[in-house]
Write a protein that binds this ligand. Structure first.
Ligand SMILES: O=C(O)C(=O)C[C@@H](O)[C@H](O)[C@H](O)COP(=O)(O)O
Length: 371
């Protein structure tokens, strides 16, 4: 086997490993058959990923004696839909897979969330193996068991928690990722620094070019992100308390994604998170929690790496502030009608703020709306 970095997600009987390293798609058959002997699989992937990686995965499966059927879906956020879910569920049932067989999610966050949801509900829960092919999926969405689809009323509003049995993150695939997609995934890496690791954020400010160009710094950033996420998930699997910290930037970001009707030409998830993180820092300044220097530092880093950082960076017209607030009030962190945000006292000092007054949010959205 290769020299992979292994990060353990300590969840008792649902514990699993994240393997991070080059060549894991070709080696997946061997890795899976040694851990889950006799398993059969349905590979769920998309039209962008399949031409690059499906053959290598299938060849490795064949060599390891793993039977597989394949579903190839259109790429993009609009695939996180009931229609696509139905297609995946039908294909799994048509292949007569059993509960102990596995759904393989080969793709980015969209495929991971959708295939994970299907695995969570077919036969009340099948095995799931995440094989993330985007940076965002490798550092975030493939880990932790959040699965689901979108609604026109809001992002990820329909789903279940369903942990994978294994995550195989093949870092070599990142070399062929479009630059915009790589940057979008980088937003989630920066997020871990901004949550509670100021040293990691400072390291990223210094080393982001190396992370973008590949090599040891990239693997280190991915591994550090997975460790940070595994830690939080092990403490609070079902987001009853501080797992919500992982949502930094997502309250604003998800509202913006819904506001553009999940149109990836205008805004992809990681870009929404980047803008959302900048807004969360600015909002914290407005609430007298953080200093303007902190917000400026975050904005400067997002700008340096080429990420959008304000609503004005989204092409086209946005719905007004009231409509954005309406999306925010559908957020899953809302409790008894009260809004929850992840706010900050400075870089790496985020906290969960409950009962944030909607009037303050609305005023802030109006001040920052590009019109
Ligand atoms: O894993 C989590 O918990 C997160 O919040 C990580 C997020 O980066 C991720 O995008 C997640 O899917 C968003 O969750 P949601 O509950 O806000 O839909």
């Amino acid at each position: 086997m290769g020299k992979d970095v292994t990060v353990a997600v300590g969840l008792g009987e649902r514990a699993y490993d994240i393997l991070i390293g080059p060549g894991l798609i070709a080696r997946a058959g061997a890795e899976i058959s040694s851990r889950l002997p006799g398993i059969r699989t349905a590979i769920i992937t998309d039209e962008n990923v399949a031409p690059f990686h499906l053959e290598a995965l299938k060849a490795g499966f064949e060599a390891a004696g793993i039977a597989s059927s394949v579903v190839i879906l259109p790429a993009g956020e609009k695939t996180k839909s009931f229609a696509a879910l139905q297609e995946v569920v039908d294909a799994i049932l048509a292949a007569r897979l059993e509960r102990g067989d596995a759904v393989i999610a080969l793709g980015g966050g969209v495929i991971g969330d959708l295939a994970g949801f299907a695995a969570g509900i077919v036969r009340r829960g099948m095995s799931l193996i995440q094989m993330p092919t985007s940076l965002l999926a490798q550092v975030d969405s493939s880990v932790g068991g959040k699965t689901g689809i979108n609604s026109a009323r809001g992002k990820n509003l329909i789903g279940v928690f369903h942990q994978p049995k294994l995550v195989l993150a093949d870092t070599a695939v990142l070399d062929t990722l479009p630059a915009r997609e790589f940057r979008a995934g980088y937003a989630e890496i920066a997020k871990y620094g901004l949550i509670d690791q100021p040293d990691f954020f400072a390291w990223l400010e210094k080393n982001w070019q190396e992370v973008f160009s590949g090599g040891a710094a990239r693997i280190e950033a991915i591994a550090q992100s997975c460790r940070a996420k595994a830690d939080v998930v092990a403490r609070d699997e079902f987001e009853t308390s501080d797992r919500a910290l992982l949502n930094l930037g997502h309250t604003f970001g998800h509202a913006l994604e819904a506001a553009v009707a999940y149109d990836g030409a205008r805004l992809v998830h990681g870009e929404g998170v980047a803008i959302g993180m900048a807004l969360a820092h600015r909002f914290s300044v407005r609430m007298n929690l953080a200093s303007p220097d902190d917000a400026e530092r975050v904005e400067a880093h997002l700008k340096a790496v080429g990420l959008p950082w304000r609503m004005a960076d989204i092409p086209g017209k946005l719905p007004d502030a009231d409509a954005l607030l309406a999306f925010i009030t559908q957020d899953k962190k809302v409790s008894r009608g009260a809004l929850t945000f992840i706010l900050t006292q400075g870089v790496g000092q985020s906290f969960v703020a409950r009962d944030v007054p909607p009037s303050q949010v609305l005023a802030f959205l109006k001040e920052n709306h590009p019109g």
